[in-house]
Structure formats: structure tokens, C-alpha cells
Design a protein around this ligand. Structure first.
Ligand code: PLP
Length: 415
């Protein structure tokens, strides 16, 4: 164990040291996910961190508190989550947020000022682009979209002064990869920070800090919490000054995560590695099925040898992850029919949960991106995104097989 019971529920420097000790001890990922930064409740011995559902914390005297004063600026359950997230990445305690978008907004507010410029991967979650375009641009922060899978294009774009580079790898929804080591070198050569949104793989399968990232971003809503139960976000950095700035913005703007959400997220993390490995196993099984199905025109899954950046995936990721995308021979109408015919797979936004979710990025997660821009980066109207869950993969394949057969022969659906 990494933490003494007495400091297990505070944000004291001692708990930051405990995180570092965990890193030095070289404990395996699954051990850190269960124990990292955590310990039994000092008051009761409860093995799980209690849900400290309290707005305020009574002070013994003016200026004398136990590390917590008001839950916007810090809460013991949220602090436990932050230490645990840090332990996963061999980093100091994270800053956690009410949503992934709050985390990305805090990243922007912490690092950018009017006149600064951001480089953004051309394939990212639609909300990230919307934030830069519709919220931050009016405040004088400009952005340029770049194909960050092309290291030369990224270096070329970095010839203009840039403060922050934001990439997703694999990117939602086309799974396009960025060579993170090359991106970090290019960003640093030009004096920019590299932030990697690692939501699609998590630290169980990809460790951006080891590849040179300055900041790692999460929507914990996805695989980290993993059960379609909460929304949340996190920022991690090994640079204490940056982390302090994230915390300052977290409190100043009021983006903090709530204690119950933090507790559910902590519980989800305990099985993170098991889940993402099984998600990857199931996704590869489903991807192989789709690749060999005559109704499927194209499939993108980093674990398939046919994936255009398969070698990079092999070098950079431990497994393919749980997300894949495909297009049907019948294009958008067929894709739409499939999404309506599946039964075990649920037509819904979100990814990374135990339930298999099927999503239409063009009208759902990426609908705020203008159609031409969307199509230029491969998010066609026919693109179907599948977040492969933890049901038996044979059952997922059976559901897709039946739905595809019904599309080919609508009379079957009526039987
Ligand atoms: N980053 C990625 C890769 C996402 O897919 C999402 C949401 O889908 C976000 C960030 C935003 O997270 P949230 O929905 O928790 O605000």
C-alpha cells in the first residue's frame, strides 16, 4: 500500500509523496488502479474511500482546517480520485472536473491568453473543436486544424507561433493515430505544449507521458468510469506549476467534480485494466467479423493488420482498444438502417462502457462540425461508430449478423 491511513483523505504533500512512492515501487497498473493514492478510512477502517457528501468542512479555529474548506475548492472523495488518477500515470494527483469538456476548457483557460494560437488534430471529438471555434475564438484565441498524423504537416504548422497542440490518438471517431513521440518533439522544438486526449485508450493501454506529452486529458465518462454511470474529466501533468494552474482554474471557474461522481469513478477504475483488455479482445473479434462481411465497405480498427497505421498502433499502444468505425457498402442509408435494426447494441452517444453502443457521428457526436469539414477528414454520413462492450462478443456478432441480414433482405425483419 502506498498511503498511510492518516493522510489517505487529504491533499497534503504527504499524499503526493505517497504517489511518487507508488511510482518508485514499480507496482503494476492493476495494483495501482486498486490501491494507488488510496487507503482505509482513518476514522472507520472502511476499505473504500467514503463519499464525503458535504459542502463545507468545520474549522477548529479561524484559519485552522483539515485540508478542506468548501467542496468547490476541494473534497476528500474527489481528492482520492485525483490521487488515484495520478498513480495510474506515475504522475502527481490529477485535477478532476465535472465533465471531460470542463477539463479541456480548464486546459485552455490555464494555458492560453488572447492572441495565442492552438493547433488541433483534424479528427477530434466534435465538442473540442466547438469549444475552440464557438467559445474561445471570440476571446481572441485562434486555432488551426492540422492533420497531426502527418508529422511533417504538424512541423510546418508549428512554424507559426503556437502555444498549445491538442491531439487525440486514437481519434474519435475514425481512430486516426498521431505519432505522439514525433508530435511531442515537434511541439517542444517550437516552444509549444503537447496535450494528449487519451480517452479512447486510457493509461492501461497507452502512456502519453512516456512519449513526451506535457498534459494528458481525459473524459473519465468513457472507459475510466466505464459503466455509463457518470460524466467527468481529468487533467494530468508532471509539471507542478501547470497542475497548480489547473487547480486554480478548477476552483476559480467552478468546474469541480462532485463527490458521488468521484466515488463511482474510483470504483470503476479498480477494474479498468481488466475491462479495457476485454473491450480490446471483443472489439478485435467484432472487427474481424465486420472486415470479412460482404456488406461492409471499410473498417477502421487499430488492432487489424489492414488498419492504415497498424505499425504505429503496434509500437504506441498495448492493444487496439474498444472503439471501431466502419462504413457499409450501402452508404449512409444502410448505416442508418443498421443502427435502427440492432437490438443488443444500443443506439446512443458515449463510448467506453460495458454496454455496446452504436453511434452515428455525423448526426450525433460530431454534428457541430460543418459537413464539408467532416467529410474531408473521413467522418462521412455513412460512418458508423461502435464502442464494443463487455457482452459476449459472439452475441454482439450475432446481433450485427441479424441486423445486416435484415438490411439485405427487409422481408426477414418482418418475419
Ligand atoms: N474527449 C473525447 C475523446 C471524447 O470522446 C469526449 C466525449 O465524447 C470528450 C473529450 C468530452 O467529454 P465529456 O462528454 O465527458 O464532456
Amino acid at each position: 500500500m502506498n498511503d498511510s491511513p492518516t493522510d489517505s483523505n487529504s491533499r497534503s504533500p504527504a499524499s503526493a509523496e505517497a504517489n511518487a512512492a507508488s511510482a518508485e515501487a514499480g507496482e503494476a497498473f492493476c495494483t495501482r488502479s486498486i490501491h494507488g493514492g488510496l487507503g482505509p478510512d482513518p476514522g472507520t477502517g472502511a476499505i473504500l474511500t467514503p463519499i464525503h457528501q458535504s459542502t463545507t468542512f468545520v474549522q477548529a479555529a479561524v484559519g485552522v482546517d483539515k485540508g478542506f474548506t468548501y467542496s468547490r475548492s476541494g473534497n476528500p472523495t474527489v481528492a482520492a480520485l485525483e490521487r488515484n488518477l495520478g498513480a495510474l500515470e506515475h504522475a502527481p494527483a490529477a485535477a478532476s472536473f465535472a465533465t471531460g469538456m470542463a477539463a479541456i476548457t480548464a486546459l485552455a483557460l490555464s494555458t492560453l491568453r488572447a492572441g495565442d494560437r492552438v493547433l488541433l488534430s483534424d479528427v477530434v471529438y466534435g465538442g473540442t473543436l466547438r469549444l475552440l471555434r464557438d467559445v474561445l475564438a471570440p476571446f481572441g484565441v485562434s486555432h488551426q486544424v492540422v492533420d497531426s498524423s502527418d508529422s511533417l504537416a504538424l512541423r510546418e504548422a508549428l512554424k507559426q507561433p503556437t502555444r498549445l497542440v491538442v491531439v487525440e490518438s486514437p481519434a474519435n471517431p475514425t481512430l486516426k493515430l498521431t505519432d505522439l513521440r514525433a508530435a511531442a518533439a515537434a511541439a517542444h522544438d517550437s516552444g509549444a505544449l503537447l496535450a494528449v486526449d487519451n480517452t479512447v485508450l486510457t493509461a492501461a493501454l497507452q502512456r502519453p507521458f512516456e512519449l513526451g506529452a506535457d498534459v494528458v486529458v481525459y473524459s473519465t465518462t468513457k472507459f475510466i468510469e466505464g459503466h455509463n454511470t457518470t460524466v467527468g474529466g481529468a487533467l494530468l501533468s508532471r509539471d507542478q506549476a501547470l497542475l497548480d494552474r489547473f487547480r486554480f482554474v478548477q476552483n476559480a471557474v467552478g468546474f469541480a467534480q462532485a463527490p458521488f461522481e468521484a466515488w463511482l469513478t474510483l470504483r470503476g477504475i479498480k477494474t479498468l485494466e481488466l475491462r479495457v483488455r476485454q473491450h480490446s479482445y471483443n472489439a478485435l473479434r467484432v472487427a474481424r467479423f465486420l472486415e470479412s462481411h460482404p456488406a461492409v465497405a471499410r473498417i477502421w480498427y487499430p488492432g487489424l493488420p489492414s488498419f492504415p497505421q497498424y505499425e504505429l498502433a503496434q509500437a504506441q499502444q498495448d492493444a487496439g482498444g474498444g472503439l471501431l468505425a466502419f462504413e457499409l457498402v450501402g452508404g449512409a442509408p444502410a448505416g442508418r438502417l443498421l443502427m435502427e435494426r440492432v437490438k443488443l447494441c444500443s443506439l446512443a452517444e458515449n463510448l467506453g462502457a460495458v454496454e455496446t453502443l452504436i453511434t452515428h457521428p455525423a448526426t450525433m457526436t460530431h454534428s457541430d462540425i460543418p459537413p464539408a469539414q467532416r467529410q474531408a477528414v473521413g467522418i462521412s454520413d455513412g460512418l458508423v461508430r461502435l464502442s464494443v462492450g463487455l457482452e459476449d462478443p459472439d452475441d454482439i456478432v450475432a446481433d450485427l449478423t441479424r441486423a445486416l441480414a435484415e438490411i439485405a433482405d427487409p422481408a426477414r425483419g418482418a418475419e
